[in-house]
Every structure is written in C-alpha cells, then in structure tokens.
Design a protein around this ligand. Structure first.
Ligand code: DQA
Length: 138
C-alpha cells in the first residue's frame, strides 16, 4: 500500500473558523475523514504544526520511506528557507498545495521558497487542492 502524508503548517488548525470566506467552513479533520473513505487503497496520514522545526522534523521522518508528501506549509511557504532545504533534502516527492489561489492575493504570497523543489504546485481549488495532490501520487 502506498504511504502518503498530508502536512499542514501554521494556522491551518483553525480551518472552519479562520477567514471562512477564503478558506471555507469545513474543519480539516472532517475533510480528512472523507479523504480516507475516498482513498481506501492508500495509507493516508495527517500531521499539523504551527512550529517550523516540527514541520521540518516530520519531513525528515517521512522523507525516506513514504511515497508522497502533500505539503501546505501555509505562510512558511513564503518565508522559510529551512523548509525549502528540507523539501530538497528528502527523497519522497512533495506536492505543494494551497487552498486559496495565492497568485490572486497579496504580492508577498506570490513567492514560494518550496516550489522549485516540489514535484508540482496546486493552488486555488479549496480543499480539493489536497484531493488533486493525492491523485498525482496514484
Ligand atoms: C495558504 C496560503 C498562504 O498564503 C497562507 O499564509 C495560508 C494558507 C492556503 O492554503 O491558501 O496560511 O497556504
């Protein structure tokens, strides 16, 4: 069975409550349960942290034995050389995802430190961005 992990960065624990006009009204936990029903043939796991180093530790932990990482590094996408280096340093392919279309928002969200070392980037499809990223590993 393929092993795929979704890693969510800062503030994404507030999904459902945070700026619902941008990020929607669903909690990630509910959505993740739906995803697990949809993809019964892959071992899907989920990790969220607001702490940059914890995201890096998780990338190191899964990065040599998982088949795919779906990474929404949230605001760290636009700031973190350290997470970019982790994405570059691991073997498991990483798909960068965003719920919102970052290119339709403020200019500081147009820059991604991760994208150059990602397998690809999916942005702007709401929670379905995660769904599309998982499909890229099938
Ligand atoms: C986000 C976009 C980022 O710019 C923002 O900082 C987030 C969420 C998204 O999923 O649309 O926290 O990654």
């Amino acid at each position: 069975m393929k092993k795929v992990i979704i890693i969510n960065g800062p503030n994404l624990n507030l999904l459902g409550k945070r700026e619902p006009e941008i990020y929607g009204a669903n909690t990630f936990e509910d959505f993740f349960n739906e995803l697990k029903q949809t993809y019964k043939t892959i071992a899907l796991s989920y990790f969220q942290s607001n702490i940059e180093g914890e995201l890096i530790n998780k990338l190191h932990e899964v990065g040599f034995n998982f088949d795919g990482v779906v990474l929404n590094a949230a605001a760290y996408t636009h700031t973190s050389v350290a997470i970019a280096d982790a994405v570059k340093g691991i073997e498991t392919p990483v798909v960068e995802v965003h719920i919102s279309n970052v290119h339709a928002r403020e200019a500081f969200r147009h820059k991604s430190y991760l994208a150059a070392n990602a397998k690809g980037v999916i942005s702007g499809f709401g929670l379905q961005s995660y769904n599309l990223a998982i499909q890229s590993f099938l």
